[in-house]
Write a protein that binds this ligand. Structure first.
Ligand code: SF4
Length: 704
């Protein structure tokens, strides 16, 4: 075990002055206001001398001597002592006096005094006693600093306050206070030195012992600082206050003493250490730093080969090039579950480690080395053009920021995507897919990357693939082909059907042989059907397909179902001047000419029929090729017994007398305007079926 003894041990100048004074003055009729120092043994010695400790001046007999300790007192204590004719021996430390002067003068100027310290500490109580106006005490960041926002503040500190905390509080105060803030760093130099030394020793040691009064403010601060830099910190008033056994397993033990700890108490502690272990060496910081200097030949970031020398519960000790053995903490080993036993078997093995810290002592890490190597491999890959992804952590005026391991990543705004990006904030927290534009390693490491190039590459690839697919599709599809497709969407003019991923149009007129109102009356969305390719327009990249073309045509079936002379049943679906169309089944209808509705003469078919009416009729003529059926209703009705009509009689008589008469068109059927019905003529004259109709009309005449 090596003991590192702090250089700045023992009484500070202020305490020394007070103790020396107390030990030198005649003790008779001498009093001290409060404990002279925060050290029970020293106070006990003074008491033995006959110096009495009092809490107020009023306890001191008039004319007696009162010793003011190094913490100082408030102004009114001096007044009360004067009133009682008490002779004062003022041992207020010069550092404390300086602070008292500052708060007195500044408060007289109307400033608000803020003291960093502990409200009950005698020094702070004394300082408050010198303030004329407003005065506050703060001790931590949790205090309410908003109280000072509109005040002119003078900020001082207790002489033994933590220098680091004073700095933190100063920052807060500066931020909060909208008016002036005057800062006086009134922490005494010896306190600062001791605190700095405590930090260093704690960093160098495996354990630290802080010696000093348990109610000593400065000793408390040293304990606090040491604890922040070492896991094993103990506090004791003197040699009796600690167990040596607690330090048995530590290689380096630091010893720090507070400002009110006399040297002899520190010496007793060292004696106890030595008395318990012959190996104990009391050494100074200088010795230790010299020894550590050997280790400091390493450079931060250096990769070294080291041999495992031993394994402990804290980690393994390694030795490199015969230098000092260095602890490689278990947390820094590249293993998930460290066990001393497992690593004891590796003693003698060479491992590579990285020097991650050289000051105050060398710290090695195998884990960090592996991590950096992994990162290097990754950086190499992305430098070669491999895509990588990061989460955007923020943005600035120029673009987005992120991190890749230890590398900051920057994506310029123009590299986020094609086009101008106005709102950069929305990318925060989002994943970015990037490709490196540049990796900066000199001075400041940084990766400049682009997402735009990836998005544009992908878009180009998609378009290329689509073009290839399209070309393959048009090579494979021909008019007349039967293809299978999925109905993707319906419009009022037809259905878009995906055939091998290409959108084809099935016009609504090509869905069914009968009239269709909605696409979904025939096809179900999302379902697959077979279609016939009707037209392929390779230039316009359009394909028309039909569904009905693969469905049986009702007229084709009708050829097997109907024949001339059959009596059929149907519904009147349309009435025109020359007759009525009767639907026999979906897609198959026939015409009942007006003359074939009844045996009576009808001026208009509506005189006898109405739409929707169901009728029986006889097929007079059937031409499936022409898709025409001629029907007669009256053929199923009994012919009425009638006298020939007068005009017929007359015609017969004229025939008999040989007189020449004007010819009338027997088959002419005129509409209300007297013109021949064009629709009927068209229906009638189409193809060869017109013959049948003419014949039919001739028959009609005969029937009449
Ligand atoms: S700690 Fe500093 S301020 Fe306090 S008595 Fe010692 S020297 Fe004076």
């Amino acid at each position: 075990m090596k003991v590192i003894l702090a250089k700045n041990c023992g009484f500070c100048s202020g305490v020394k002055k007070a103790v020396d004074t107390a030990l030198s003055v005649p003790p008779e009729n001498t009093f001290v206001l409060g404990e002279l120092i925060h050290n029970a043994e020293v106070n006990g010695q003074l008491s033995k001398r006959g110096i009495v400790t009092v809490e107020t001046p009023e306890e001191v007999p008039e004319g007696a001597t009162l010793l003011i300790r190094s913490h100082g007192v408030g102004r009114e204590v001096y007044q009360r002592c004067e009133e009682r004719n008490i002779k004062l021996i003022d041992c207020t430390c010069e550092f404390v006096k300086r602070t008292q002067r500052i708060v007195k003068e500044k408060s007289e100027e109307g400033k608000t005094i803020v003291i960093a310290g502990h409200r009950d500490h005698p020094e702070v109580v004394g300082l408050l006693g010198w303030c004329r106006g407003e005065a506050f005490v703060v001790s931590s960041e949790e205090d309410d600093f908003s109280l000072f926002c509109d005040k002119n503040v003078v900020f001082v500190s207790q002489t033994t306050f933590s220098a680091q905390r004073f700095l933190k509080l100063t920052k807060i105060l500066r931020k909060v206070c909208q008016k002036t803030v005057e800062i006086f760093k009134t922490i005494c130099y010896t306190t600062i030195q001791r605190q700095e030394e405590a930090e260093k020793i704690a960093s160098l040691s495996d354990a630290v012992l802080v010696i000093g009064g348990l109610n000593s403010s400065n000793t408390g601060k040293l304990y606090e600082i040491a604890s922040a830099h070492c896991k094993n910190v103990f506090r004791a008033e003197n040699a009796n206050g600690f167990k040596y056994e607690n330090f048995l397993f530590y290689e380096r033990v630091g010893i720090i003493a507070g400002a009110s700890t006399p040297d002899w108490q520190t010496q007793e502690v060292l004696n106890k250490m030595e008395g318990n272990n012959a190996e104990v060496q009391a050494t100074t910081m200088k010795d230790v730093v010299e020894e550590i200097g050997k280790e400091e030949r390493y450079k931060k970031g250096q990769i070294i080969s080291a041999r495992i020398v031993s394994a402990t519960d804290e980690g393994v000790y390694v030795s490199a090039s015969g230098k000092l053995e260095i602890l490689l903490a278990k947390e820094e080993l590249a293993c998930d579950n460290y066990t001393r036993e497992a690593y004891a078997e590796k003693v003698g093995e060479e491992i590579e480690v990285m020097v991650v810290e050289i000051s105050p002592k060398v710290k090695l890490s195998q884990k960090m080395l592996n991590k950096i190597r992994e990162e290097d491999d990754k950086i190499k890959e992305i430098a070669d053009g491999k895509e990588f992804s990061v989460v955007c952590t923020g943005f600035n005026k120029g673009g987005l920021t992120a991190e890749l391991g230890s590398y900051p990543v920057f994506v310029p705004a123009k590299e986020i995507r094609s086009g101008y990006v106005k709102d950069l904030e929305k990318y925060t927290g989002k994943k970015l897919r990037l490709r490196v534009l540049e990796i900066r390693k000199e001075r400041r490491k940084e990766i400049i990357a682009s997402q735009r190039v990836i998005l544009e590459e992908e878009k180009a690839a998609r378009e290329e693939a689509r073009a290839q697919k399209e070309a393959a599709f048009f090579d494979s599809i021909h008019e007349g082909d039967v293809v299978e497709g999925k109905v993707e969407r319906a419009t009022n003019f037809g259905a878009f059907v995906s055939v091998n991923g290409f959108d084809c149009l099935a016009h609504i007129s090509d869905l069914s042989w009968t009239s269709v109102k909605n696409v979904t009356d025939v096809l179900e969305l999302g379902k697959r059907y077979e279609f016939k390719v009707l037209k392929v327009d390779r230039t316009a990249k359009k394909v028309s397909i039909g569904y009905k073309q693969l469905q049986p045509q009702p007229w084709d079936l009708a050829a097997d179902k109907y024949a001339e002379g059959d009596v059929v049943h149907g519904k009147v679906v349309r009435i025109v001047p020359f007759g009525a169309f009767v639907e026999l089944e979906k897609g198959v209808d026939g015409l009942v000419h007006v003359s074939q509705i009844t045996h009576e003469w009808l001026e208009n078919p509506t005189d006898a029929l109405k739409i929707g009416e169901e009728v029986d009729a006889k097929i007079l003529a059937f031409n499936p090729a022409e898709r025409k059926i001629t029907l007669s209703i009256k053929a199923l009705q009994p012919r009425p017994e009638q006298e020939p009509r007068p005009e017929r009689k007359e015609r017969a008589e004229r025939k008999g007398d040989g007189e020449e008469r004007p010819k009338t068109r027997k088959n002419s059927r005129r509409n209300t305007t007297g013109e021949e019905d064009d629709e009927y003529r068209e229906w009638n004259e189409s193809a060869s079926f017109s013959t049948s109709i003419s014949e039919l009309l001739g028959n009609e005449d005969e029937n009449k």
